[in-house]
Design a protein around this ligand. Structure first.
Ligand SMILES: CCCCCCCC/C=C\CCCCCCCC(=O)N[C@@H](CO)[C@H](O)/C=C/CCCCCCCCCCCCC
Ligand SMILES: [Ca+2]
Ligand SMILES: [Zn+2]
Length: 270
């Protein structure tokens, strides 16, 4: 599903010129500033930029295996790509948003699949399969610029990740709450993404008939999709790394930073 043909009537052209992307989401373009096409959709990406940046540095400092550092960098890459896309609405930036979603999910699959393997042991057939899927999706999507193709491929990878998560849960039932939290936030974000696409004209009417900035912000459901899926994905990284550390019998505990932000507190490497 793609929000394609809304507001063809009064398009404002801002600093980045006419949109060249194959998607233009429900948020009205260049309303807040001429430098950012979709303001709320842009700044909501901070949730995919700041926490994984800090978490990547923390895991690196704690000498976690590099795949968990890369998992954070993958989410960070999606956040930066998505920021660039919503700011410019350029086709090239859309690719910078969408393709890392595919690569990132492959990194998550790789990390989760290897949560119970001996240190430095890798499953080469699994790696080859993930690289092949990434290359295939990239090549086809560069030729066939249909966003639904990207959405179906991405959704299939997420379902496969869910299957890997269920397998990991069998080994470590204690991680169930964080797996469930990750899934609930993610699915709620997906629900909002659909509402935004289906009820775009209603949401726009609500915004145009209200002067309240609160209504404007609250009805940007694509921005809320970023926030909920970004948080759900961050929690996925927390549980994937926790499953690994439990397997390695290395000390770790989910702690809250400032009584608010959950992260995996990791003990020193023995
Ligand atoms: C299950 C819990 C954790 C899952 C982690 C999944 C791996 C995440 C990988 C990358 C992070 C992505 C975070 C969201 C970024 C969104 C950026 C964005 O908005 N991009 C759009 C352009 O602005 C792009 O065009 C959007 C595509 C949306 C595709 C939606 C596909 C639906 C996926 C639904 C999966 C349903 C799973 C059902 C399971 C029962
Ligand atoms: Ca828009
Ligand atoms: Zn987006």
């Amino acid at each position: 599903m793609a929000p394609s043909s809304f507001a063809k009537d009064k398009q404002i052209i801002g600093f980045w010129g006419k949109p060249t992307s194959t998607l233009d989401w429900c948020e009205e373009n260049y309303v807040k500033t001429v430098y950012i096409a979709e303001f709320w959709n842009t700044i909501s990406n901070l949730i995919m930029i700041l926490p994984p940046f800090v978490c990547a540095l923390y895991y690196w400092h704690k000498k976690m295996e590099m795949r968990y550092v890369w998992a954070n960098i993958s989410l960070l890459a999606v956040g930066v790509g998505s920021w660039m896309f919503h700011m410019t609405l350029w086709y090239e930036m859309q690719l910078l948003d969408e393709l890392p979603m595919i690569y990132g999910t492959c990194v998550f699959l790789y990390a989760l699949h290897h949560h119970a393997t001996p240190v430095k042991q890798k499953s080469y057939p699994y790696i080859v399969s993930l690289v092949s899927v990434s290359v295939l999706v990239t090549v086809v999507y560069l030729q066939w610029k249909n966003p639904v193709f990207h959405q179906v491929c991405y959704a299939a990878l997420v379902v496969f990740l869910l299957y890997e998560a269920i397998l990991a849960l069998k080994n470590y039932p204690s991680i169930k709450p964080i797996v469930l939290a990750s899934l609930c936030f993610y699915l709620f974000g997906f629900f909002l993404w659909n509402v935004d696409n289906v009820f775009c004209s209603n949401l726009r009417k609500m915004r145009s008939s209200s002067d309240s900035e609160l209504v404007t912000a609250a009805t940007q459901l694509h921005a809320w999709w970023h926030i909920f899926t970004g948080y759900g994905t961050y929690l996925h990284i927390v549980f994937s790394s926790q499953a690994r550390l439990l397997h390695l019998k290395r000390e770790c505990k989910i702690t809250k930073l400032g009584n608010f932000w959950p992260y995996l507190s990791v003990g020193e490497k023995s």
